[in-house]
Structure formats: C-alpha cells, structure tokens
Ligand binder design. Sequence first.
Ligand code: F6P
Length: 298
Amino acid sequence: MMLEEYIRSLLPSDEASVVSACAEVSLKIWEEMPRRKAVLSTTNPYGEKQAELDVLSDNLFRKRILETGEAAEVVSEESPPTHSKGKVHVAMDPLDGSSNIDTNNPVGSIFCLFTERLPCPAKYISSAFYFTYGPMLTLTLSSGKQVCRFVVSKREGGYIFTLAEESLKIKEEGEIYSFGAQRREWIEPVLRYVEKLEDRGMKLRYCGTFVGDFNQILKYGGIFGYPATKSKPRGKLRVIYEVLPISFIARAASGYSSNGKNDILSLEPSSLEETTPIYVGSKALVKELESTISREYT
Ligand code: F6P
C-alpha cells in the first residue's frame, strides 16, 4: 500500500499531512547527502557545531511542515521554536547522528507529534515517526497502537514509499546490546549488567546514531542504552527530540523504555533542553536492568 492512503487511514488528517510533508522532504535530504558533507562554523541552541546537512534538514522540514498549515509550533534540536496557527505540536531532530554522514553509516530524522504546547508530558504524544537514510530510506511510524514501516524504491515517475511491515514487534528477549558513551564512564550497575549480557552470549552492535541503533533492536530484539555516566548522570540524549518519540514507538512495538528507574513515558519534561539516560528495547531486558539500577544506584 502507498504511504498517503495508509497514513490517512491511520492518523487524523492534520497529522497525516505533516507526515506526508516530511516524507517528501526526506527524499530531498537523501538526494542531497552526497554533496552536503561540510561542517559549518555555526552552532545549534545547545552550543554544538552544526553540519551543513543539519541546517539544510532543519530548514527544509520546518518550511514544509509550516506550509501544511497544520502546525501549532515546530520545535527543533537545531534552531529556536517557530509558532503558527494549526493544531499539531511538532518536535524534531532533523538530522540524528550527523557525525555519521561522511562515513555513510546510518543517519536519521526523528519526529514527535503532540496535542499540547511543548514542553509537555509524554501522555500528550499522538504519534511519532522516524526516517533512516542508508542503505535504504525507510519511514517507521506509530500512532500508539502498532508500528509500521515503509521503504522507498524507484518506480517510473520517481521514488515512492511502500508499506514493508505493518506490525513490528520487539522480541521479549533478544540478541543484541548497544550502549553509548565510554565504558569506564558508565555507572556501576550498567557496567555489571552489560558484562552479564556478554556472559549470556549477546552481541555488541553500536553505530552511534540513535535511530540506527534502535532500528536493529526493533528488528532483532535486545537492549539499547545511552546510560547515566559518572560525568553526565542525566545522560546525553534529549527527552523531547529523541527519547520520547523512540520510547513511544518502542511501547507500541511491545517493548519498554526506562530512564533506569521509571518508564520514560511517565516523564514530565519541564524544558526543551532536558536530557535523560535511556534504556530501551526488549521488555524483559530493560525491566531487569531497571531493577538492577533501582537496587544498587540512588
Ligand atoms: O544525540 C546525537 C547522537 O548522535 C545520537 O544519535 C547517538 O545515539 C549519540 O549521539 C552518540 O553519541 P556517542 O558519540 O557519544 O556515542
């Protein structure tokens, strides 16, 4: 089935228009990737150096989302918020994993649609989706009930998104673990838990792009973590732009996501900048790690 028809049957029409607009833009970004590899001298609102593709993606997505007339606001990791007259509150990480652009490892774009002004609690998420660029361009989407995936292919007349999987599920256990930051920086319970996973024969797979790393957990089961570290007890990944949308998708795929103590989807972020440790993937594994951390780390 084609994207347009499917999302209109799944989502309210204003949200479907936003998804559709973003899908159009993702094709443009994919096309531009080979010639947009520069690192700029500009920084984003968090003081991080921007890649040319960060800025391009931010501009293109924002412009097209606002053109739909359906957005109430667009908040982005790369630029200050923009407000408008629609009803959909859009949070985006327009280019996740930009350090992977020049190596042709996966990068992505992450979106979360809310019904309330941001920042707001996770209970106001209405849908979430992400694109992965490379090797395939894919769109993974959830309205909270199930998770579907579209894959782009070339047909006469251009590129099209076709439905590849209708109900993705994260296995109860799993094969892979994928943890960011330096091992010697991890808090003790995480370090010991990962050693336990290694003893069980699980395999390390880490690419350094959140959506790329989550994507493999969605497929094979296992656990992804960007942990609390000794120098960054509040983790690295951003709640609004990265952690909530992926946690929403994980839950719809029967997975679970925790900050080490609580369900991520019970968080009530008070600022757009908030970061959190995240452990997401197969429910049994994340719960096991959560109880290890709660027992041993305060
Ligand atoms: O937040 C941006 C990001 O690139 C994520 O996509 C990824 O999970 C993480 O940072 C990688 O961080 P590190 O380079 O510390 O492994």
